[in-house]
Design a protein around this ligand. Structure first.
Ligand code: SAM
Length: 204
């Protein structure tokens, strides 16, 4: 975790710029999918610079958490410029300072692909703990593409994204969901065979 903290503190000033091509070519179209039908108290885990903020449903009361104060500072600026009410707090997703079952739903975008393998289940379990039983958890995550060509391109990119973002295409988040005591209720590719929308039900 501390390496992610250091990394995102360092990268925060450039993050939006580095991500801009991907934001416009890929993410903008798929972020709204996360929020379809969500209402009530919603957790945005690993909120980053607040790229999801403009898609928060007006009927939801969102709390965004991130381990990096520098990323949160940017999210706070975005909150101000968009005029959206969202509580932004520094917190590690593996140790959430919230009561059990205190959220109706949770989302995370490109958080699990930056969490190391040994934190995947801890993070899933912790998000599951704070979401009400039966509540929805939705993730947008990169996976390693299956096609030979795309897989080769992903391998070329991997050292850069590992260095810059601490990210990998090889996280097995979906497979680890049952280990965290949760249930996958939907999983589909939303960008080629590269980005998945994973829907999970919190179970107690
Ligand atoms: C790739 S960025 C994605 C940011 C944002 N969700 C988006 O869609 O643009 C990953 C974010 O996860 C945060 N993060 C990494 N490890 C974390 C942890 N253990 N707890 C909370 N946030 C974490 C990073 O600081 C960073 O802001």
């Amino acid at each position: 975790m501390s390496s992610n903290l250091d990394r995102y503190e360092r990268i925060a000033p450039f993050y939006d710029l580095l991500d801009l091509p991907f934001e416009y070519s890929r993410y903008r179209k798929i972020r709204p999918l996360l929020f379809q039908g969500l209402a009530g108290r919603v957790l945005d885990a690993g909120v980053g610079t607040g790229r999801n903020i403009q898609f928060y449903p007006p009927e939801a009361e969102v709390v965004g958490v991130d381990v990096s104060p520098a990323m949160l500072a940017r999210a706070k600026r975005r909150r101000l410029s968009l005029g959206v009410e969202v509580e932004l707090l520094q917190m590690d997703v593996t140790h959430l300072e919230f009561e059990d079952q205190s959220f109706d739903a949770a989302v995370a975008t490109f958080l699990f692909c930056v969490l190391p393998d040994d934190l995947q289940v801890a993070a899933l379990r912790e998000i599951g703990r704070v979401v009400k039983s039966g509540g929805t958890i939705r993730l947008l995550e990169y996976v390693r593409p299956r096609g030979a060509m795309r897989s080769a391109v992903a391998r070329l990119w991997e050292p850069w994204i590992a260095w810059a973002y601490g990210a990998g295409f090889d996280r097995r988040t979906e497979e680890r969901v049952p280990e965290a005591g949760l249930e996958v209720v939907g999983s589909s590719f939303v960008v080629d065979d590269l980005i998945k929308l994973i829907s999970i039900r919190a179970t107690k």
